[in-house]
Design a protein. Sequence first.
Length: 557
Amino acid sequence: MDRDWHELVSQPQYKVKLEEGIPIIARDGVELFADIYHPDAEGKFPALLSLSPYGKDIQKLPVPERPSDFFRGTGGIESGIPEYFVSRGYVHVRADHGGIGRSGRGYCHFGQKQQEDGYNIVEWIAKQPWCNGNVGMLGHSWFAVNQYLVAAQNPPHLKAIFPHSGYTDEYRHFAYHGGIFDWGFYHHLWRLIVTRTTEPMSKTEFSSVQLERMLEDLRNNEDIKGVPYLYMLTIAPEKNPLMLDLLLHPYDGPFYWERSAYTKFDKIKIPCYFLASWQEWAAHLPGAFSAYLGVNAPKKLLITTGLASRPWHEEYDIVLRWYDHWLKGIDTGIMDEPPIRIFVQGINQWRYENEWPLARTKWTKFYLRRGGRLADMPPWTNESPDRDSFVNKPWLRDGEEIPCIKYTTDPLTEDVEITGPIALNFYASLSTEDANWFVYIKDIDVDGSERVVSKGWLKASHREIDDAKSKPYQPFHRHTKSIPVEPEKIYEYAIDIRETSNVFRAGHRLQLVIRGQDSPWDDQFMIFHLCNMRETQHTIYHTAECPSYLLLPIIPK
């Protein structure tokens, strides 16, 4: 294409007019409410639906002059700014599904009723005199997760989606990373959900006798006792019913399958554009890759860098290009390009690719060696037994350094590109019946400054692997039961480390960090996990008999 595609997409020409609090009747008779932003002109336009529990009214709050802080919250302003899309000839519908805002029915976190509400709202939109019958969906994070679930309902007039940063596995990507409960995010999240629901969904799932027994088990859990906020929920569930529901479901199963897009990929038949950031290790990054590999439909994948702002406004031009193609029939050239575009960190360059993982990948083992070294040569057969250990202490002071072990390469003699998923296979023992593993891949500059490139997690008792779903470079854990650890016994562990693309420049070093916990003060905003509250010695073995290694996706020059 000779012309810049920015010249081909819809240009701003309309002002915005707003209708507020428009009722929509769901299939079960419940009244749902929406705000509708129209172009100030007669005619029929394609429509974009934004749907999440943050509520349509929160989306209209004043935009802060600078990024909001953790305590005031962002208001979940992730639905998209109507002025951008409406001025270019789209109707933007912000709607509340059941249990949110003034909409009827109780809130059911990503449940079937909520998914059906999305179907009903899409079809209602398509029948309105201002709609041309073509509907897409718009929004970041929670709004993106809803796009997958609504698309799997197959509303006839939903013609394409653009999930910008949406996880697809409610258990592995969000609630329990490696089987370790991510309570930091849900502590923050419930404050932003605009619902009057104050009872956990588990209250109707379990009998009163079952529920009380499960609550008592939580009260006796040493890790829960270490977090008064979580212990409080076993006494006063209405304080955060969603958090308690997740605590009452510590293993993967039907509760999470109903709410996970990956169980419905085969039902998604419309064009999809998946977008995430390399820094969204915990949730949205693996969601984008699993969706791209799992959905069989016209599709694109874009992986960028950095975290989205609030209100979300990044990549609007790409969203517009996508919907102009599928909802307006404009030839923007978007389907003429290779399906994958990634931002390669380290050299800060964009690049197109045709498949994932890359076909030219040279899978290379880097072994953990004596003295904290990381090298591509395994331990010698006559090398003396070698091990490293640290003692994880649960009661750290704010800002205190977390005990860990580090393994680092020698300074690289040339640039080395790592692009793809990473796996850590290692041998270790613990001094207690269970503990947590947190792993980090870092790029260490010549001046000693460091940058996290990827992360992985695993609870030791969740080490069981599903061989049918695993690959050498990406182990898949069942997470259906706990298998206790025998103290001091050596076990082999495999950890899925999130996908990345990074060029380690000549003179830099690649470093593997292994810890027993994370913390609110040195990890990603809002993402921190339930701590193992027993002081535990972690011992890593790296010998000829126990060859612990990283499997790295090296891309040849």
